[in-house]
Design a binder for this molecule. Sequence first.
Ligand code: ZN
Length: 348
Amino acid sequence: MTDFTLADLGWSAVFQSQLDLEDIETARPARVAAIQRDRAVVLMPEGPETVTFPGHLSAGDVAVGDWVLLEPDTARIARLLDRATEIARKAAGEAARRQLIAANVDTLGIVTAASAEFSAPRIERYLVIAANAGGQPLVILTKADLADPSPYLDALRDVSRDCPVVTVDARSPEAAKEVAAWTGRGRTLALVGSSGVGKTTLTNALTGRAEATASVREDDQRGRHTTTFRALRPILGGGWIVDTPGMREVGLVEAGDGIGEVFADIEALAEGCRFRDCSHTGEPGCAVAAAIETGTLDPARLDRWRRLVAEDARASETVAEARARDKRFGKVVRRIVAERKRRDGPGR
Ligand code: ZN
């Protein structure tokens, strides 16, 4: 791996402004490139380093793409910096948790094929995820060489008038040029989309290497070993791509802001409803129903909005409930510990 400056790695004023005077003298900023159970691989101008978490942080609190400050003389994280953007999902399985997938992603590339795979509602859902994360969406239409892309481009314009769209042949070396305006020095890209649309092919075109060679052999104090797959990989022309298994399973969770942004037209209409809690299902004085009546709002769009709101509510409710439960449990534990301390006296 060649040498990178902090700016190459994506360091910017957003992060610099979080440092106090002492930090500026002693702290070493580093960007998280991979996370293992009890340690993380970070990238710094001095090269990659394996670091451990301090007591107040665990692997679940840190995401690929995060900026951290390392302690001056040890290979340990001192502090996690606030994120510019954050991609999360509801953890798979029973655990109702909000799980971080990636941090500080500038552009969310929504990869879709000019084929039967194409689904405007699915792209709209990814637009919500991008808006909620705080990143810029970019639709990347693949396999556009195999079909006439114009019907797909029309459908995309119906979903979003201002989201940029590029068409690429993911297998071609030219693919990197098509997305170059969204990559480059210090910029971070992540790709989402169904399997089979060409995400892996595009990732390989951007990084210039095949998946199988992505794990590299390295030396460290414990001897020579194969490090785990790095999830933050450099793009040939500059910039970074986040490539984690979690990106395949991004979902809506606490995504109200993102829904509000992508469906700003519906939310603006709802402001005009007579009742503040109008459900737009036949209440008198409903401005949303009136817009459908006059043809200014597509009923299919309202339907898609409803589905996303319901999906987000389901995912967010269980997460919020579990958080409240954990909080109550934490209070009980703290009380028991405090009582025990009082009973047993100091020094225990
Ligand atoms: Zn209404």
